[in-house]
Design a protein around this ligand. Structure first.
Ligand SMILES: Cc1cc2nc3c(=O)[nH]c(=O)nc-3n(C[C@H](O)[C@H](O)[C@H](O)COP(=O)(O)OP(=O)(O)OC[C@H]3O[C@@H](n4cnc5c(N)ncnc54)[C@H](O)[C@@H]3O)c2cc1C
Ligand SMILES: C[S@@+](CC[C@H](N)C(=O)[O-])C[C@H]1O[C@@H](n2cnc3c(N)ncnc32)[C@H](O)[C@@H]1O
Length: 599
């Protein structure tokens, strides 16, 4: 199957009988009517999960499933995990692959048939992912479960996991339709990638007893048993991976993590680590952080079929879910792009070809003007999800966590790997005893990653009654944001020269970039200003990952998209440190590696 844009949805063909789906794509049923008993026997008991969970020494248990379907195995496992996870302390990581995304209406219809799963189904509906291809991470803190959904054909999905030791699983569910109807889920290629993603004592369960499946798994280091099948099936297979592997010894628990920089990257990461019960010291050279007072998420999705495109979509959707949960002030207003010229027109046409009426709405100039009580001439496209937040407010909300210790006015100089990690600051102070260090120091990362370039800039806050009814961010060459505390922020200036408060800055530039909404006289309506710096790389991708021996990491280069990228990238680093499967593909991970510019 050719790679699809992350937002181009491939829909299933289904027929229904008694609210149960039948696949017309594979001419097979998804599960039997007594699916709860079937899943218990074929996957949960076959993998000996009850005993293994009762004696679990690690912080998390990792299941991978081939064939997410409508998520019933997931819900049944979630229920079983929740009932057997002593003191609700450990986490279940459930990674599941399917070539079709999950449609909410289908899901609701099916889950209604199983009242026992209601609590878990309701929680999934509350956190329902916007349909997209590739990786989606959803957390269910109530049940201590992380679901990583990978919408892709099985071959590419497995490859996107290989190469990261955190993606070695404890148990497999092979649920890819009857092999006689769908050979693609049971190919030699699939078995050899399963081999690479398994470790000593990894187990599997499946309902099939096909001889070639048995041989395929045996050739890939599994000891396979043929046992009595479920219901009217004569046999099924289960087994254990036998090859010894050094990854089991590498699972170190992080104890104390230091973060340099308390911008959006550093605080998102601190919050995520703190929620894993890790103690975090976060340092900043400044006393008063002076963070962006009102910033918009930036959904200018790339239309390529490359890691950048994947990251922009996945980062954006993840950020939207994250802010919805952690920030009461976050409003999903949507974001508008005006059709202001040839380039924008061509981008809009390509976006509309994705056929996502749920996400993109074309608006006429009249509709835009009526909704926002403004007067301008362009039509445009509205992205239905996204909005504005105050980075300052987010910072406060995230830093409240009791596991986070904020240490201000400490200008970080260097680190040493001795007795854990030791930090040195320019005032002569040292701090030590850290298991991990993450550098989230924005522009200062340039000293370690010289390819980072800096663009300084400013935004201005206008008090203009003609802008008071703007309902969502409106992008032209610049942007104007809905009112916050009596002012409408507009942006933005880009400059190679450093800017300081008190410098004379050409705010006329912001008026020119927003000449559909602002006029020259608005210069006198500027009530507030904010100055900052953007750090970015020549390939317009951020940096996220280890820079030294899986102990020292960098997270930055977020350019103009700090809001859209920081939550997912912080999750990526947290997962890497805590031995959790990655929320992004290996392809994206390599594309954003801080080491990618090294010779
Ligand atoms: C004018 C302007 C408007 C913008 N508007 C938007 C917008 O609307 N939406 C959006 O998504 N993005 C916007 N951005 C971009 C956004 O601000 C950045 O992407 C974001 O700030 C990057 O976050 P960060 O945490 O990586 O770095 P930073 O915010 O730069 O934070 C780095 C922190 O590290 C600290 N630090 C640095 N060196 C040291 C050291 N040696 N020791 C200790 N501490 C140190 C700094 O004091 C700072 O607090 C805008 C940027 C500018 C300039
Ligand atoms: C039997 S169903 C899974 C049922 C599911 N476990 C549940 O609980 O609802 C098999 C699934 O495998 C998926 N599938 C089939 N071939 C695939 C392939 N080549 N790559 C990825 N997924 C595939 C189908 O879309 C289907 O959803």
């Amino acid at each position: 199957m050719n790679k699809l844009h992350p937002l181009k949805i491939n829909s299933r063909k289904l027929s229904w009988e008694d609210n149960q789906p039948h696949s017309l794509d594979y001419d097979d049923r998804f599960f039997q009517a007594n699916v709860i008993d079937e899943t218990q026997e074929v996957f949960i008991t076959a993998n000996n999960l009850k005993d293994r969970w009762q004696n679990l020494e690690k912080d998390n248990f990792k299941i991978a499933e081939l064939g997410f379907g409508f998520g019933l195995n997931f819900l049944i496992t979630a229920k079983f995990w929740h009932e057997h996870n002593l003191n609700n302390k450990k986490w279940l990581d459930y990674v599941s692959i399917d070539c079709f995304s999950l449609n909410i209406e289908d899901f609701k219809k099916i889950v209604k048939n199983y009242p026992l799963l209601k609590e878990y189904g309701d929680e999934l509906v509350l956190n329902f992912p916007i349909e997209c291809n590739g990786f989606t991470r959803i957390d269910f803190p109530k049940f201590k479960i992380r679901l990583t959904l990978i919408i892709n054909n099985v071959d590419d999905a497995l490859v996107s996991l290989v190469g990261n030791d955190n993606n070695k699983f404890d148990a497999w569910y092979f649920d890819g339709f009857d092999p006689s109807k769908n050979i693609s889920m049971w190919s030699p290629n699939v078995f050899s990638n399963i081999n690479l993603l398994s470790k000593e004592n990894t187990t599997f369960g499946t309902y099939t007893a096909a001889g070639f499946v048995r041989r395929g798994l045996e050739e890939n280091n599994f000891n396979v048993s043929k046992v009595k099948g479920f219901g009217n099936k004569r046999h099924r297979l289960q087994g254990v991976f036998s090859k010894k592997d050094k990854t089991t010894q590498l699972e170190l628990t992080p104890k104390k993590v230091a973060i340099i920089g308390s911008g959006i990257a550093g605080t998102c990461l601190a919050y995520k680590l703190a929620n894993q019960d890790i103690s975090v010291d976060i340092f900043d050279k400044k006393k008063d952080l002076n963070l962006n007072p009102w910033a918009a998420m930036y959904p200018k999705f790339s239309l390529g079929l490359d890691p950048r495109s994947d990251l922009l979509v996945q980062g954006y959707l993840y950020a939207h879910r994250f802010y919805t949960k952690v920030l009461s002030g976050y409003k999903n207003t949507g974001i508008l792009f005006l059709n202001n010229g040839e380039d924008r027109d061509s981008w809009i046409k390509r976006i509309l070809k994705l056929d996502r009426d749920d996400l993109f709405v074309k608006l006429t100039a009249d509709e835009i003007n009526t909704q926002n009580k403004v007067s301008q001439d362009y039509d445009g496209i509205k992205i239905n999800i996204g909005g504005c937040i105050s980075i300052e407010e987010l910072n406060k909300a995230l830093m409240q966590h009791e596991n986070i210790n904020f240490i201000s006015e400490q200008n970080f100089l260097s680190y040493k790997l001795q007795d854990g990690i030791k930090l040195e600051f320019d005032n002569g102070k040292t701090f030590n005893g850290y298991t991990h260090l993450v550098l989230c120091s924005g522009g200062s990362l340039q000293s370690l990653i010289p390819k980072i370039g800096l663009k300084h800039g400013a935004i201005a806050g206008f008090d203009n009654k003609l802008l008071k009814n703007i309902q969502y961010p409106i992008n032209n060459n610049g942007y104007v944001l809905p009112e916050c505390n009596g002012i409408n922020w507009a942006g933005s200036i880009y400059s190679n020269d450093e800017m300081n408060t008190g410098d004379s800055i050409n705010y006329q530039n912001i008026i020119e970039k927003n000449n559909h909404l602002l006029i020259d006289e608005d210069i006198s309506h500027i009530k507030s200003r904010w100055i900052g710096t953007r750090a970015s790389l020549p390939d317009y991708l951020p940096v996220t990952g280890a820079i030294e021996k899986e102990k020292v990491y960098a997270l930055g280069g977020l350019g103009s998209r700090g809001l859209s990228l920081a939550p997912l990238l912080a999750e990526t680093i947290m997962n890497e440190i805590c031995n959790i499967p990655s929320p992004i593909s290996q392809e994206v991970k390599e594309a954003i590696s801080p080491l990618r510019f090294n010779d």
